[in-house]
Design a protein around this ligand. Structure first.
Ligand code: CA
Length: 233
């Protein structure tokens, strides 16, 4: 392996799963540091400064949620959460605590790898200034000029529709929770009003998707939030 390859920290207490992930990640050229407890993980983040954390939510010594909350007081390390319990509330809570993405076990190694790479790309891009133009398939969004195109046709959006879309663009490829969207677009006092989101997402899909019932761009993460596709499938 070349030096300079990213070091990934894996906090996972299941030895078999740990070994499997270790092998998968190393085969992609990542260095991997694997620990089995939240406490060891917190120490490793401080001492080894890994580029990214893959965190199992069910740990023997503390809840994964607590690991995230503690980390977010002093670290901006990108976090991908692994949840065996496909309970949407766990995932949503983890994302609201500051995790960046999630996967529900069992998942395909290829998906994990692509999520890791996307997250590392995004972090690398961050200091380089704000994103101006986002494009996927036929959809093009000009953030500062507040213009949206499908193919060459300019689409007229209401201010709220545009703000909602731009929030998804800023996290393109990543899930954004209902709460995060409501807070950003409507404000902190509206975080319970998820029906707003349903209405406005339906409008956006109607304007931007060729088949709103089977969206290519504005994807639903059931019970959790929405994800703007960053690459066409
Ligand atoms: Ca576990």
């Amino acid at each position: 392996m070349k030096s300079g390859n990213p070091l990934l920290l894996l906090i996972e207490d299941d030895p078999q799963f740990q070994m499997l992930l270790n092998t998968t990640l190393q085969s992609q050229g990542f260095y991997v540091l694997a620990v089995g407890t939240g406490q060891a993980g917190l120490i490793a983040v401080r001492n080894q400064q890994p580029s990214l954390l893959i965190l199992d939510l069910g740990l023997p010594d503390m809840d994964g949620q607590e690991v995230i909350s503690r980390l977010r007081k002093w670290s901006e390390i990108p976090i991908i959460v692994l949840s065996a319990r496909d309970q949407e509330t766990d995932i949503t809570l983890a994302l609201d605590h500051g995790a960046d993405d999630y996967l529900t076990k069992p998942f395909s190694p290829a998906v994990l790898i692509s999520r890791i790479k996307a997250l590392l790309r995004r972090v690398a891009k961050l200091p380089g200034g704000a994103l101006e133009v986002f494009q996927v398939g036929e959809l093009k969004v000009e953030l500062t000029r507040r213009r949206v195109f499908v193919s060459i046709k300019e689409i007229s959006l209401t201010p709220i529709e545009f703000n909602l879309l731009s929030e998804l663009v800023r996290h393109a490829g990543f899930v954004v929770t209902h709460r995060q969207l409501l807070e950003k677009v409507w404000g902190a006092s509206h975080v319970e009003h998820s029906h707003y989101l349903r209405i406005y997402m339906a409008q956006l899909r109607h304007k931007l998707e060729s088949d709103p019932a089977r969206p290519r761009y504005l994807l639903t993460e059931a019970g959790v939030g929405y994800r703007l596709n960053e690459a066409e499938n």
